[in-house]
Design a protein around this ligand. Structure first.
Ligand SMILES: [Zn+2]
Length: 242
């Protein structure tokens, strides 16, 4: 059931994520078995009068291939696609993920880039089971416009990635699509279990809760202080009586 994934870093993207941390993620559904790089990102193949670097799917197809000992290659690029979407399938076993301006959105909720990339890897793994040919437009029929916090949300409005990067779900509509395919009986349960682990570290979750509910946090802090004071007084009285 485990797919072998090769990450292909295109251009200068080291500063955007910790790729070794991603490779250490424990999953029963995939393993990162290779990290390769194309150090010099090719020049833009889109000439629209603007000076920023951007790519088309066809342009990337020429420079991304899947290594023989991997099942799927995922190219990670720092620049945008010409249509401004962030994930595209390039061929039967290759996909490309654009990280362009993703960090600007994730930072609003303290979500890590590593979790965003892992979420996309889960989506690609799941689509690989759902479609006959990963390289065709059939994959685009499995994502939905409605934003539900589901792994298959299209996120046409990029800010919506905040809704499905933290503990994404598989919505009932998408579950029914899995039911129409011949897949490993454990796949869906394992997928749901593992994507729940995509969440912030505890300390950041507490920090976010405090920012969201400052008055409640002050109240809880005051109650804890009173409670600790009462306990210390009781201990003092017990010791004094002896
Ligand atoms: Zn869904």
């Amino acid at each position: 059931m485990s797919l072998r994934i090769a990450l292909i870093k295109i251009g200068q993207i080291e500063y955007l994520a910790d790729y070794n941390k991603i490779a250490k993620w424990k999953s029963e559904l995939f393993i990162i078995n290779k990290i390769q790089c194309v150090t010099n990102a090719p020049e833009s193949d889109v000439h629209d009068g603007y000076l920023d670097n951007k790519y088309t799917r066809d342009g990337l197809k020429k420079i991304v291939s899947c290594p023989k000992d991997s099942d799927i290659a995922i190219a990670i690029i720092p620049y945008r696609f010409d249509d401004n979407f962030y994930l595209h399938r390039l061929s039967k076993n290759c996909a490309a993920l654009s990280l362009h301006r993703i960090n600007d959105i994730l930072k609003y909720d303290g979500i890590s880039m590593e979790n965003f990339i892992l979420k996309q890897i889960y989506e690609i793994c799941a689509l690989n089971y759902l479609v006959d040919d990963f390289g065709t437009n059939e994959v685009y029929t499995y994502v939905h416009l409605d934003t539900k916090g589901c792994l298959f949300d299209m996120n046409g409005n990029r800010e919506d990635i905040l809704r499905n990067t933290e503990k994404p779900i598989i919505c009932d509509t998408c579950k029914s699509k899995f039911g129409e395919r011949q897949i490993d009986s454990k796949f869906l349960a394992t997928l749901e279990k593992e994507i729940k682990r995509l969440k912030k570290p505890l300390i950041l979750r507490i920090e976010n809760r405090i920012k969201k509910y400052p008055f409640l946090s002050m109240l809880v802090t005051a109650l804890i202080a009173i409670f600790l004071n009462l306990i210390s007084n009781m201990i003092y009285e017990l010791i004094s009586k002896k």
